[in-house]
Design a protein around this ligand. Structure first.
Ligand code: MG
Length: 165
């Protein structure tokens, strides 16, 4: 069974993952408004992944005889000046999520909760990948942000993102 402290922290993470999904959905529709269809589709898939992250945590809480508590999701930003700003915010946000996951791991270690430690390992790897992917997109964006042709090409490329990560 999950200790109360761990259960509360995991439920807070469910909310954080759902908030991430909201954030990326908002970015998706803003990119669509700005005419970047590929980026809109990239962020929509990103939102879907965040929903899957939340689901993983909820499933785990249930398996450990905990109670899933769904709390209100805070409002997210609606408009970004340019794609680079949205990806900048994405990297900043993912770094915060990484810290949250690490704090959960610290707690699981402190509580000698081995099952939660194992579950969290997947998320630790996932965060390395998330940050790396976004960092690479940002490096490209920094080089091409003032070039419409470059932005067009990147938009096309990001639109080809598949279902996985
Ligand atoms: Mg996530």
């Amino acid at each position: 069974m999950l200790e109360q402290k761990m259960e509360t922290a995991l439920n807070q993470q469910v909310n954080a993952e759902l908030w991430s999904a909201y954030l990326y959905l908002s970015m998706s529709y803003d990119m669509d408004d700005k005419g970047y269809e590929g980026m809109a589709s990239w962020f929509a898939l990103q939102a879907k992944e965040e929903f899957e992250h939340a689901t993983r945590f909820m499933k785990f809480i249930g398996e450990r005889e905990g109670k899933v508590k769904l709390t209100p999701i805070a409002e997210v930003q609606q408009v970004w000046d340019a794609p680079k700003n949205a990806f900048d915010d994405t990297l900043k946000h993912e770094k915060i999520v990484t810290e949250k996951i690490h704090k959960l791991m610290d707690m699981a270690i402190e509580l000698k909760d081995y099952a939660t430690q194992n579950m969290l390992k997947w998320f630790i790897d996932e965060q390395v990948e998330e940050e790396d992917t976004v960092r690479k997109i940002l490096e490209t964006l920094k080089r091409i942000e003032s070039s419409p042709a470059g932005l067009y090409a990147l938009d096309k490329k990001l639109g080809k993102r598949g279902g996985a990560s």
